[in-house]
Design a protein around this ligand. Structure first.
Ligand code: ATP
Length: 320
């Protein structure tokens, strides 16, 4: 099936063993593989799709563990590089009692930030149907130049570009720098997925209002998706817009829900790139993506909880 290449960071999340505590209050942390673009690649592979990941980790135990996990998950790992000097990135993440997520990163610099343009497997990108990326790889050089070169190669080869900014403010010098950096590649995308919170951050407006969301619209877009946790998602195209309700599940850990959602959606697009022109087909793909996002919240960790196709179809059937 058509290949989806996901580009960016792969790292270790350390998550408190109990929910609802701050990082300072936490007693013990569980090691969880993460990095949104790596999660997306795993989500696609779990659904039976053809996914590749491009990024850099340290030539250390964590880096090799992550690369092996991707391989074991069925993701093409030819594009993974190992840095001899820098370490695999670490992030401490907690969902506090008030529902807000708190992040603390160890990157000084971490291996993911050191991916160079010359290390890119451009052949992989040019063969793809979709090239997916976030914004963390834009924060510093040399990774930023590698990211830009990868996007350019994809665009020239007629590959669809998919962007999920995944705003992580602590990684940027300032909120203004984050906004500018995230927006600097905005117009190149064919589709963009943002969360409600990200709409609020980027526009300083009310994300529930369609005209606020539409202020993020660019005429090059085929689709703009806004996700809103258990509520599901809203979609905006040139011709139509609407909402697709989410699923009620027993949520334990929402980490990676957005990535499960994106992976499922991209897998649907890889199979039918004309999805954007047919509202019913688009809605069907978003129903599936919502189901995958929901299931991913029912277990701890981003990758272990990723659903296969049958699990997602079952949830959809049960809810009818
Ligand atoms: P993250 O950054 O945690 O990966 P996100 O903020 O990018 O996630 P969300 O809006 O939290 O994205 O979730 C993406 C999708 O996953 C939602 O549109 C919804 O379909 C599903 N989802 C997320 N949280 C829940 C939940 N608690 N219950 C049911 N479905 C959920």
């Amino acid at each position: 099936s058509p290949m989806i290449v996901s580009f960016g960071e792969m790292l270790i999340d350390f998550v408190p063993d109990v929910a609802g505590v701050s990082l300072a209050e936490s007693y013990a942390f569980i090691k969880a593989p993460g990095g949104a673009p790596a999660n997306v690649a795993c989500a696609i592979a779990k659904l039976g799709g053809n996914a590749a990941f491009i990024g850099k980790v340290g030539d250390d135990e964590f880096g090799h563990m992550l690369a092996n996990l991707l391989k074991k998950s069925g993701v093409n790992s030819e594009g993974i590089c190992f840095d001899k000097d820098a370490r695999t990135a670490l992030a401490f993440v907690t969902l506090k009692a008030d529902g807000q997520r708190e992040f603390m990163f160890y990157r000084s610099p971490s291996a993911d930030m050191l991916l160079k343009e010359s290390e890119l497997k451009l052949d992989l990108i040019k063969q793809a149907k979709i090239f997916h990326y976030g914004s963390i790889s834009l924060i510093s050089e040399p990774c930023k130049s590698a990211h830009m070169a990868a996007m350019k190669a994809a665009k020239q080869a007629g590959v669809l570009l998919s962007y999920d900014p995944n705003v992580r403010l602590p990684l940027w010098p300032s909120p203004e720098a984050a906004r500018d950096g995230i927006k600097s590649i905005w117009a190149q995308a064919d589709f963009v997925k943002v969360s409600d919170d990200e709409v609020e951050f980027l526009t300083k407006g009310d994300p529930k209002k369609d005209d606020v969301v539409m202020s993020l619209w660019n005429d090059n877009f085929k689709l703009l998706i806004v996700t809103d946790g258990p509520e599901g998602c809203r979609y905006f195209t040139k011709k139509f817009k609407g909402k697709v309700n989410g699923y009620k599940v027993k949520t334990i850990d929402t980490t990676g829900a957005g990535d499960a959602f994106v992976g499922a959606f991209l897998q649907a697009v890889a199979k039918d790139p004309n999805l954007f022109n047919d509202e019913n087909k688009l809605k069907e793909a978003l129903v599936f993506a919502n189901a995958c996002g929901a299931i991913s919240t029912t277990q701890k960790g981003a990758i272990p909880s990723l659903p296969d196709k049958a699990q997602a179809e079952n949830l959809i059937k049960e809810a009818k």
